[in-house]
Design a protein. Structure first.
Length: 760
């Protein structure tokens, strides 16, 4: 609609090189999305035909005569709509730039980003964690709440806004305008840094350094003013950014060093997808399906987070041509012109593009259309085509908008992610038949998506239906590294009495993800025939050791099979903490403490080993050794609540009253205001006071615990201490509460059989 209005009033420009590339990209995306004759598609994209044929066979239907080139046709339709929006904004911006000047488009670009920044500022001022006070983010926990929730995306958008706002502040005539634009620039730069995005911080510095270099070539009369202001602004931004990054260094390490994916690994996966589909790619918007087909990892990325890998994987050879063409035209125009407006737009575009070598913000429509407007400032074609001012232009635009809106709604309604969430909710509710029907419909619409045959098989497996196996086999083919299809297949086979086959499926699942599979192994073998668990253990490699460790951890502690598994782990990995702890737990007396001391010598940082050693000494009534161990542990791992509790009891047993109470005070300070920890501390205090021969003080401590947590354990302790001090009234009240709150039979009998003390 915006394009139609601009065409009515200002005319439209000829496409130019960038426009031609955009139109070609739209044409290719449309070609990928529309169904074509199957023989043609089989020649161009055999994977698409194979997936469609196999899915039809699974559903018991005939293969279609027409198949889309894209592996995810609905996603490609969505990408086409996104591309139409970007192309229309680019064309409209070119026309506005020609008629009103580049500054007008630059002001619109900066204002669009500025509005986003102001909305974010309003959210921060209101202290709300809900977007517009309504939406509670599900997939991310943003540092800044606003229209853009992904911190990396937001930082890229803020970089573009900061550099354009800065240019406007140095070229505006009025002082108030300069101050307003500069204030907006600083706000956007601050938000870009506050997201703690490394790419955003680097892009911000790159943008301003590029602007500094390109501004030296401009002929603007404000160039000298720009140089001075730019120098100071860059200095402030660099210093401020360094301070923020230093302050948030621990957050950055957590975010980027312990995350599930490394950026270069994602980009490499994208390249591998591109090499598997070199001619036309997997289809625009279909990357998630392509990477599942190739790798099928448990946690797959929807984007490779690299603009080059993204376009080459989805568009094939044309993706490389498209990016090279845009880059060449951008560089050519930036070097030819001496306009400071072009310098500002170029700096922002290059910075955002560089950031997208490790991000995918340009795949987001709201950000992409702002970037398209900035691109029009740099690459605006010079020739113009006049359009007659007739109502039919607007009528046609309205009709086109209606068609595009209908297509957009249809794509949104059948979106793979939305459909998958709905099916998962159906599984949670236990609505098996609804899930089965909807999953079959989803398979027909998304023949290459592995989640839908998996969900279909899962729903059938919950009904112990053998027809789940073909669906699960299909999911195994589409996502060869997912463990879930093998786990669900094991569930079905076990229900059918084919336990050995079920264990083999669990072995396949363990080879893909031992942590997810091990609990199912233990549940399947139970405690009566644990010997069969060996059939589910991978034959070699790191997954064998991982699975052995996890299965041994969930089998009964003294089980002979678990002991043999731990023996093998320790042969493969001497000093293994988990296996060493389990082996020590099977020992007794001095042998146990000796094994734990050896383990601590190899792993002094492991708090579990220290705790187990302290307990082992406590079991032997070696209370002096308990105190010695807890003091050593404090030096090695710092204060620990479990060890402090053991130390307090040991000190009380040794008769060191003051030291025992200091340990309880330390434990209380360590627990903070957590009700659960406070309850635990009061119970430790009760133990200490009782061991010191002060049952009345112990009773008061348990009463404090009961006020926080009237659990059966606490109430029984209260009853015992009341009996010890001879306070039957308190004992009766505790029994009555135990009966009323927890319906404990013995307490109820006691309350009913004994008259209430003081009321006989």
């Amino acid at each position: 609609m915006a394009f139609a209005v601009v065409a009515q009033t200002s005319g439209i420009t000829r496409p130019g090189p960038i426009g031609a590339l955009l139109l070609t990209g739209l044409g290719l995306t449309a070609l990928q999305a529309v169904p074509l004759p199957t023989p043609l598609v089989e020649w161009l994209q055999p994977h698409a035909v194979q997936h469609t044929t196999e899915s039809a066979r699974l559903l018991g239907s005939e293969p279609p005569a027409f198949v889309a080139l894209s592996l995810a046709p609905i996603a490609s339709w969505t990408a086409l709509l996104r591309g139409v929006a970007c192309a229309a904004v680019y064309a409209a911006s070119c026309s506005v730039a020609r008629r009103l000047g580049r500054r007008a488009v630059l002001e619109l670009t900066s204002a669009a980003v500025g509005v986003t920044a102001l909305v974010i500022g309003a959210h921060a001022a209101a202290g709300t964690e809900l977007v517009y006070g309504v939406y509670d983010p599900i997939y991310v926990q943003p540092r800044l709440v606003g229209p853009v929730l992904n911190g990396n995306h937001l930082s890229g958008l803020m970089v573009l806004g900061a550099v354009t706002s800065f240019w406007l502040s140095t070229t505006s005539e009025g002082r108030s305008q300069r101050v307003a634009w500069l204030g907006l620039c600083l706000l956007e730069a601050a938000f870009a840094l506050y997201t703690l995005s490394r790419g955003g911080a680097a892009a911000l510095g790159l943008a301003f350094f590029l602007l500094a270099g390109l501004s030296l070539r401009s002929r603007s009369r404000v160039r000298s003013r720009q140089r001075v202001a730019l120098t100071w602004t860059v200095a402030v931004l660099i210093i401020g950014g360094a301070v923020i990054v230093d302050w948030a260094s621990s957050d950055l390490r957590t975010q980027f060093e312990s995350g599930p994916y490394e950026k270069h690994e994602l980009a490499l996966e994208g390249v591998q997808v591109a090499l598997a589909h070199p001619l036309l790619g997997v289809g625009r918007g279909a990357y998630a399906v392509g990477v599942a087909e190739l790798h099928g990892g448990l946690r797959r990325a929807t984007h490779p987070e690299n603009i080059i890998a993204q376009h080459v994987a989805e568009w094939g050879i044309f993706g490389a041509v498209f990016l090279l063409g845009v880059a060449a035209e951008l560089i050519r125009r930036a070097l030819r012109t001496r306009s400071s407006a072009v310098a500002a737009a170029t700096a922002g575009l290059v910075a955002v593009s560089a950031q997208n070598l490790a991000d995918f913000s340009l795949e987001m429509t709201g950000i992409a259309i702002v970037v398209m407007a900035a691109l029009a400032i740099v690459t605006r074609p010079e020739e113009e085509i006049r359009v007659p001012r007739r109502p039919m232009v607007l009528v046609g635009a309205l009709a086109a908008s209606g068609l595009l809106g209908t297509a957009a709604w249809s794509s949104l309604f059948h979106d793979a992610t939305r459909t998958q969430l709905a099916l998962e909710m159906g599984l949670t509710r236990g609505d098996w038949q609804r899930v089965i029907d909807d999953a079959e419909d989803a398979i027909a619409r998304h023949p290459a998506e592995p989640a839908f045959p998996l969900l279909l098989g899962t729903a059938l497996a919950r009904r112990a239906d053998a027809s789940a196996l073909p669906a699960l086999n299909r999911a195994m083919v589409l996502a060869p590294r997912w463990p879930q299809p093998h786990i669900e297949a094991a569930r079905v086979l076990s229900a059918l009495g084919r336990t050995d086959q079920a264990l083999l499926e669990l072995r396949a699942g363990a080879e893909r993800d031992p942590e997810m599979t091990a609990p199912f192994v233990c549940a399947l073998v139970g405690s009566s025939d644990t010997q069969r668990a060996w059939r589910a253990i991978p034959e070699a490699g790191i997954t064998r050791s991982q699975t052995l460790n996890l299965v041994a951890g969930c089998l009964p502690e003294n089980d002979a099979v678990a002991a043999r598994m731990d023996d093998e782990i320790l042969r493969r990995h001497p000093g293994h903490v988990h296996a060493g702890l389990r082996r020590a737990a099977r020992l007794e007396g001095a042998a146990r403490t000796e094994a734990l001391e050896t383990l601590i010598g190899a792993h002094p940082e492991d708090e579990r080993a220290w705790r187990q050693l302290a307990r082992a000494h406590a079991d032997l009534n070696a209370f002096a050794a308990v105190v010695e161990v807890t003091e050593q542990a404090r030096d090695a791992i710092g204060p620990d609540g479990t060890l402090l509790a053991l130390e307090a009891r040991a000190l009380a047993a040794l008769g060191r009253e003051a030291a025992a109470r200091r340990a309880v005070d330390d434990l209380r300070g360590l627990g903070g205001i957590s009700a659960e920890r406070m309850t635990s501390t009061y119970l430790v205090e009760a133990d200490v006071e009782e061991m010191l021969g002060n049952p009345a003080r112990a009773l008061r401590a348990v009463e404090q615990a009961e006020r926080l947590d009237p659990s059966p354990q606490v109430l029984r302790r209260l009853i015992d201490l009341s009996r010890e001090v001879g306070d039957e009234r308190r004992g009766y009240a505790a029994r009555a509460k135990l009966c009323r709150l927890h319906d404990e039979e013995a307490a109820c009998r006691a309350v009913n059989a004994v008259a209430r003390p003081g009321h006989q």
